[in-house]
Write a protein that binds this ligand. Sequence first.
Ligand code: C2E
Ligand code: CA
Ligand code: CA
Ligand code: CA
Length: 277
Amino acid sequence: AKALGRCNYQYYSPEMNARTLDRLTLENGLRHAIERHELVVLYQPQYSLATGAMTGVEALLRWLPPGRDVITPDVFIPIAEDSGLIVPIGEWVLRTACAQQVAWKQAGLGSLRIAVNLSARQFRQAGMEVMVAQALEDSGCDAGCLELEITESVLMDRPDSAAETLQRLSRMGVRLAIDDFGTGYSSLAYLKRFPIDVLKIDRSFVRDIPGDSDDAAIATAVTALAHSMHMSVVAEGVETEAQRDFLRSLQCDYVQGYLYSKPIAADAVATLLKLAL
Ligand code: C2E
Ligand code: CA
Ligand code: CA
Ligand code: CA
């Protein structure tokens, strides 16, 4: 037993050893995942509620180690984050997504906006905006077609340096979104100072609308707040027509969720776009 404090003992059970081992195995596997082509970016379509058109996609990472089931990001992103592997992996996701945006455009399928998730470690990496600029330049993707999603907790942890990084990205023409809005603690005073373009209403607030009056009030307030500050609103986790209709009544701008599509491969996105031409 390891002492954690005067009265707190943490016991290492066989089960925990197995978990630690599993974690090390995952971390070692992840170390080679890029070069072994085991990482795949899926894309979840986002739709305009006003026009019904697909206007963008969110890039969502999957890991397919040989001989194992697909590993979801909830499992491996924290490991990648702790080990620092998120930095090269995140750059790879960004470059892959930018290249895909250009490929869809060159195939005559229009200029979709691509949203890419940035982890805390990536966002705080010195010179990260140089990496973003390089990825845009190398792919030929327009900065205005790239949206970077950052969570509130990452921004609020060190708000002054976050504001500077956001300003540099914003000046490049990249769009900035706050992910999972409402789940962390956001100071509205800082929100005003950050050059944010988009608020994403977290799935936990979408799940029980319109029935749950608290969640309905939150969705209403977030949408009104965003619009009054000239930001657009994306609702995530939209699974039912009732949720969609309520969000439309709020004049929420964009929706994303299983009602429309799960995250899908790039060629499946192309098929959807061709059907809509
Ligand atoms: P997130 O950014 O909040 O992404 C939305 C998650 O909700 C995705 O899970 C998506 O598949 C899921 N989702 C979308 N619509 C629905 C719906 O209608 N119902 C339900 N139940 N779920 C829905 P996913 O793909 O497993 O990703 C989980 C999280 O992992 C993401 O949450 C994000 O925080 C992180 N992540 C994924 N890809 C990346 C990446 O490339 N970089 C970083 N740093 N994080 C990533
Ligand atoms: Ca996201
Ligand atoms: Ca989210
Ligand atoms: Ca989330």
